[in-house]
Design a binder for this molecule. Structure first.
Ligand SMILES: NC(=O)c1ccc[n+]([C@@H]2O[C@H](COP(=O)([O-])OP(=O)(O)OC[C@H]3O[C@@H](n4cnc5c(N)ncnc54)[C@H](O)[C@@H]3O)[C@@H](O)[C@H]2O)c1
Ligand SMILES: C[C@@H](O)[C@H](N)C(=O)O
Length: 343
């Protein structure tokens, strides 16, 4: 099968590798669509994310969907021809975190495209059947692949307990910020504010229905939020940029008694936050790591037309053009690139 393998930073090689066989509890999936995520781009550029280092050639790509072509002997709920979205993180199922239901926190998780585990820029992937979610006729495999970033958005909104009538401020209008906007709307938020430092990103967020966008390089965020919320502040602030000044600004724009959800990964592990402000204003601060139990919800939201994910795709490429696609994904105005495979 054809694969795109990252040999070292900025160097992909197209390789033919043996097609995998499904294990007894697995499905073999002919991959159709794979999104390019910021973490793929980071591995491509730098060869590492924190402690995760690409030491051996690695297949990137963890936002994927395709068609089942073969099933293992124990698999009863999938059959060849099913179109499925693949949840990329498979936990050990046995540790304390898995047993209490926090399988996304499993320390033995096998997460696609996180070294040393290969991802989905390949013609075929063999994957546990219970981490493959059947897509109804109305949901495309592009949308199936984008269940992954949508899941990050759903989980962040669940962590922030976003509810009916809420005003949600999202810092960072990249794909994750945009997916948080979709999930927040689906959860009942009536007012969504997005910030960014790139005007084109905010124009795009406007087109997608943001109620207010703020370019923080040009306008004072506190004043803009105060004006929009009559001085109250946002009910929930979801930080989706990873930029230190943005993380610090969250406490200034959340309302007293509100919630801050940190999704963006800061380049520095330590970011000063005013704990007295946090205590005085009784602000809940939550980390949000990947997701759990979101794929069924994501597929249902897509089937019901409650969210739009396909609209964030700004370019598509073939596997053979993966180098160009990654270079394009690195442009500051790029939002979401997809690699399409036709087996
Ligand atoms: N916690 C998780 O599970 C999880 C999952 C996926 C991604 N992430 C992280 O979430 C963040 C967003 O992901 P993405 O793929 O959308 O990244 P991205 O880089 O495409 O988007 C980030 C956006 O933030 C904007 N930005 C930069 N500085 C800013 C500032 N000071 N204020 C407001 N906006 C600013 C950028 O212009 C960009 O549009 C990244 O840090 C990523 O690593 C976390
Ligand atoms: C969750 C996923 O999208 C993220 N990029 C990660 O590797 O954790």
């Amino acid at each position: 099968m054809r694969t795109a393998v990252l040999l070292e930073p900025t160097e992909f090689e197209l390789q033919d590798r043996p097609r995998p066989s499904p294990g007894p509890d697995e499905v073999l999936v002919a991959v159709r669509d794979v999104g390019i995520c910021g973490s793929d781009v980071h591995y491509y550029e730098h060869g590492r994310i924190g402690d995760y280092v690409v030491e051996d050639p690695l297949i990137l790509g963890h936002e994927s969907a395709g068609e089942v072509v073969e099933v293992g002997e124990n698999v009863t709920d999938h059959e060849p021809g099913d179109r499925v979205a693949l949840e990329p993180g498979v936990p050990c199922r046995r540790c304390a975190h898995c047993k209490r239901g926090d399988y996304h926190l499993c320390e033995g998780v096998r997460f696609m495209a996180t070294p040393p585990h290969d991802g989905a820029f390949a013609e075929y992937v063999s994957w546990p059947a219970d981490f493959a979610y059947t897509l109804p006729e109305s949901v495309s495999t592009t949308e199936g692949a984008l269940c992954e970033p949508l899941s990050v958005g759903i989980h962040a909104c669940r962590r922030g307990d976003v509810g009916t009538g809420d005003t949600v401020l999202i810092t960072g209008a990249g794909p994750i910020g945009l997916m948080v906007m979709e999930a927040a709307r689906a959860a009942g938020a009536t007012d969504v504010i997005l910030t960014d430092v790139v005007e084109e990103k905010l124009d795009f967020a406007d087109e997608r229905g943001a109620d207010l966008t703020v370019n923080v390089t040009e306008r004072d965020l506190n004043a803009s939020v105060a004006e929009y919320t009559d001085g109250v502040g946002a009910d929930v602030v979801v930080e989706a940029s990873g930029a230190e000044p943005s993380i610090q600004s969250t406490l200034d724009v959340v309302r007293r008694g509100g919630t801050v959800v940190l999704v963006g990964l800061a380049s520095e592990a330590e970011v000063p936050l005013d704990v007295l402000e946090l205590i005085d204003n009784e602000i809940d601060v939550h980390g949000s790591f990947r997701y759990k139990n979101t794929y069924d919800a994501a597929v249902d939201l897509l089937a019901d037309g409650e969210v739009d994910v396909e609209g964030i795709v700004d370019f598509e490429s073939e596997l053979e053009d993966i180098d160009d696609a990654f270079r394009r994904a690195m442009e500051p105005t790029a939002v979401k690139g997809m690699i399409s495979l036709d087996s």
